[in-house]
Design a protein around this ligand. Structure first.
Ligand code: COA
Length: 186
């Protein structure tokens, strides 16, 4: 029988902290550009905001509310580094996001990436909205925008089963394990 949701959440939060402290090892993953159209679960929509596009005020306020008051400042800094923000909404409410950067704007990653590659990072879904396909749709939208001939790259902690599940589901393949990077964009 599955644990009640609040208990499962609390247990995962403890495991997350402990693992993050003592098992700091990453799985590096890659997904070749497929040219496949993005798809999403019922009620889930995704919008991408390129580096030159300001977020609507209402959206910025909702994301700050759900993901931290520093969201607008982080977003400005990320956009200045060439990042695109992908926002996933559930029934019209923004609940999750991820970022992508062109490979040549991701220096110091595990390996050199090209301008047509995309680094996928900073994916998160509001706790209460997890398990409803938001992140899967966000990743599919980001993958649909990878230029032909490029590939999407990602890494996540080896123990982060939800992140690995979503990445593998949309087509990422595990390549190797690596230590965390000093300047990891996150
Ligand atoms: C990883 C994360 C973004 C996924 O977001 P999400 O919107 O819940 O993702 P989806 O609903 O599209 O899919 C989640 C899948 O993971 C599965 N999952 C959840 N917990 C799991 C676990 N402990 N083990 C294995 N799979 C798990 C879900 O069952 C679901 O798969 P299903 O649809 O087949 O049931 C979200 O869990 C999150 O914000 N985590 C905290 C931040 C984080 O760790 N980010 C990754 C850093 S690289």
């Amino acid at each position: 029988m599955p644990l009640p949701r609040p208990l499962a959440d609390a247990l995962w939060a403890v495991q997350f902290r402990l693992n993050n402290r003592f098992r700091r090892r990453l799985t590096v993953l890659k997904c070749e550009a497929t040219g496949a159209a993005a798809s999403a679960a019922a009620g889930v929509t995704v919008v991408g905001y390129g580096p030159g596009e300001a977020l609507p005020d209402e959206l910025a306020a909702a994301l700050s509310d759900r993901f931290g008051a520093d969201f607008p400042a982080v977003q400005r800094a990320e956009a200045a580094e060439g990042a695109t923000l992908w926002v996933g909404s559930l029934d019209g409410e923004p609940r999750g996001f991820a970022r992508t950067r062109p490979g040549d704007r991701a220096p110091g990653w595990h390996e050199a990436l090209g301008p047509d590659d995309r680094l996928v990072y900073a994916m998160a879904t509001q706790r209460a909205a997890r398990g409803r396909g938001v992140s899967t749709a966000v990743l599919r939208a980001a993958l649909a925008a990878v230029p032909p001939g490029g590939a999407a790259w990602a890494d996540t902690m080896v123990w982060n089963a939800p992140a690995l599940t979503v990445l593998r589901r949309v087509g990422f393949v595990d390549l190797y394990e690596a230590d965390p990077l000093p300047d990891h964009p996150d």
